[in-house]
Design a protein around this ligand. Structure first.
Ligand code: FAD
Ligand code: SIN
Length: 518
């Protein structure tokens, strides 16, 4: 394998954003599509609820736009939101053309609902929407001759010439060699950063790599204080925060305390389908005040066959842990779920760095504001993947590439201290969970900032002394992203949406984004 590889386009990430953008590129462009794990591994595959779109004659675009803005505490950008929502029905159609069979009832889409939506507008494939989207997208990508797939290749850093991005340094995990992937345009589609928290609904891939790489390349990083905590993840020692979809609550499931009492009426008149920030804070408050390990979600009053038809994945998973959801309430706790902030982009996915795009959860195009509305994320992935690819297709390329110095590991030695990496990984995630969680305070944020900065120094030293590894790359990105989150949280002196600070409980009349730069 050569140390340098040349492509027209490099796409980092094979989630729904990465795969869809690759499929939309002109057939004559050579494309490298890389994934740091197996090709299907990533948040997209595990998506349950669905994809939001105005598909019902009772619904309309303005209502979807208003719900998105209001769920995001009015911090979202109306122009960007409108751009996405008006393309949602076409996004559903393009997924159908690729083979996704959305659940139908009596010849119509079965549209479900979730927190913040004032109409039924969530198209879904039972409770395995992500699996269906991903397998169909990947199948189509595999049929394209000029798309080259690289599995278990992890991007380390972007290759820069001045202020232009020219590709990335990438570690081949199979042989631990670093290769330079040189490209005219690079698209970051690496997903979110919820793994900076100890408990998360996300798979292991969500370590904020794209955000950290973009930050080091001088991209603007926006609104990272807004980590979304999903209210209902399965509480079981072996469940690894398996998600219990919000669509259960959309279909009437009740949140109850261990004694069976409902409690959402104390917090919001929309009860269980209030936006996620409100429901997660309500659960957190009940757990902390009463010393409970979890609360419960009950859908057992619904017909057994209906439950099994609509929620087969959740039913199977819970059954494997001895929980019969048709007969008993499910133990649930909140866990980090979605990164609302990210790499700043325009509506074509372009960042402020030349030849560099960002799409999907890694990006901040102005959609989610201070809290993402349920099922708007897969939609964002599809719409912005298409916009980004269309923009790239309109560019002209000179077919020559400059060369870059190969990765130099001559001064690094094999590490005898791998335990440091695992220890620091764990420490960062505990600090974030305990000090930068659902409810924050100035004291806890500053304590987190101090310790994270010490850890950053320890990681920098380790990074320069020892040979690179996948765990070390992720730890370096995790600590960078954690620090950006804390810095953003400290600079927001109000409570808004997902960012609740006890020292500033009010929402300011001034609406502004938080932008962090290197
Ligand atoms: P991902 O799908 O996370 O893919 C990231 C890709 O980047 C992976 O291929 C990974 O290997 C690769 N990668 C990362 N770092 C590197 C690196 N350094 N080098 C190389 N490759 C790298 N949203 C909805 O709208 N509806 C839902 O129903 C829904 N349900 C969800 C359920 C769960 C359990 C979870 C976790 C999320 C859910 N979401 C849902 C959110 C949504 O799934 C994600 O926001 C979205 O899928 C992100 O897609 P993506 O393409 O940006 O990233
Ligand atoms: C869910 O099904 O609850 C997740 C939906 C989402 O994150 O948008």
């Amino acid at each position: 394998m050569p140390a340098q590889q040349h492509f027209d386009i490099l796409i980092i990430g094979t989630g729904s954003a990465g795969l869809m953008s690759a499929l939309q590129l002109s057939e004559d462009l050579s494309v490298a599509l890389i994934a740091k794990d197996e090709l299907l591994e990533g948040s997209s595959y595990y998506a349950q609820g669905g994809v939001s779109a105005v598909l019902d004659t009772q619904d309309n675009f303005q209502s979807h736009i208003n719900d998105t803005l209001s769920t995001g505490s009015n911090l979202g950008d109306e122009k960007a939101i409108r751009f996405m929502i008006e393309q949602a029905p076409a996004a559903i159609q393009s997924l159908e053309k690729l083979g996704v069979l959305f659940t139908q009832e009596q010849g119509q889409y079965h549209l479900t609902t979730e927190g913040g939506h004032s109409n039924r507008r969530v198209a879904h494939v039972a409770d395995k929407t992500g699996k269906s989207i991903q397998t169909n997208l990947l199948q189509s990508v595999k049929a394209k001759k000029k798309i080259h797939l690289f599995e278990n290749f992890i991007a380390i850093d972007l290759l820069m010439r001045g202020k232009q991005c020219c590709g990335a340094y990438i570690l081949n995990k199979a042989n631990n060699e670093v290769e330079s992937f040189i490209a005219h345009k690079t698209v970051i589609a690496t997903g979110g950063a919820s793994k900076v928290y100890l408990y998360t609904s996300n798979p292991d891939t969500s370590t904020g790599d794209g955000i950290a790489m973009a930050y080091r390349a001088h991209c603007n990083i926006v609104n990272m204080e807004f980590t979304q905590f999903h209210p209902t993840c399965l509480y079981h020692p072996h469940a690894k925060s398996f998600l219990i979809s919000e669509t259960l609550r959309g279909e009437g499931a009740k949140l109850i305390l261990p004694n069976g009492d409902a409690f959402m009426h104390k917090y919001d008149n929309r009860l269980e389908i209030a936006p996620r920030d409100i429901v997660a804070r309500a659960i957190d408050s009940e757990m902390k005040e009463n010393g409970f390990d979890c609360v419960y979600l009950d859908i057992s009053f619904k017909d057994k066959d209906w439950i099994k038809l609509h929620f087969p994945t959740i039913d199977k998973k819970c059954t494997s842990f001895g929980i019969d959801i048709t007969k008993q309430a499910i133990p649930v706790v909140p866990a980090a779920h979605y990164t609302c902030g990210g790499v700043q982009t325009n509506l074509d996915g372009q960042t402020n760095v030349g030849n560099l795009y960002a799409i999907g959860e890694v990006a901040h195009a102005g959609i989610h504001g201070a809290n993402r509305m349920a099922s708007n994320s897969l939609l964002e992935c599809i719409v912005f993947a298409k916009a980004c690819a269309n923009h790239i297709n309109q560019q002209t390329f000179k077919r020559s590439h400059s060369n870059f110095d190969n990765w130099d590991a001559s001064r690094a030695s094999p590490s005898q201290e791998k335990v440091m990496v695992t220890h620091l990984w764990d420490e960062v995630r505990r600090i974030m969970w305990n000090f930068v969680g659902i409810v924050r305070s100035n004291k806890r944020l500053h304590a987190a900032q101090m310790r994270l900065s010490q850890i950053q120094n320890e990681v920098n030293e380790y990074y320069h002394l020892y040979l690179i590894s996948s765990d070390l790359i992720e730890l370096r990105n995790l600590i960078t992203t954690a620090q950006i989150i804390v810095k953003s949280a400290i600079s927001r002196t109000e409570s808004r949406g997902l960012h609740y600070n006890e020292d500033y409980p009010d929402t300011s009349a001034t609406i502004q984004n938080t932008t962090i730069q290197l």
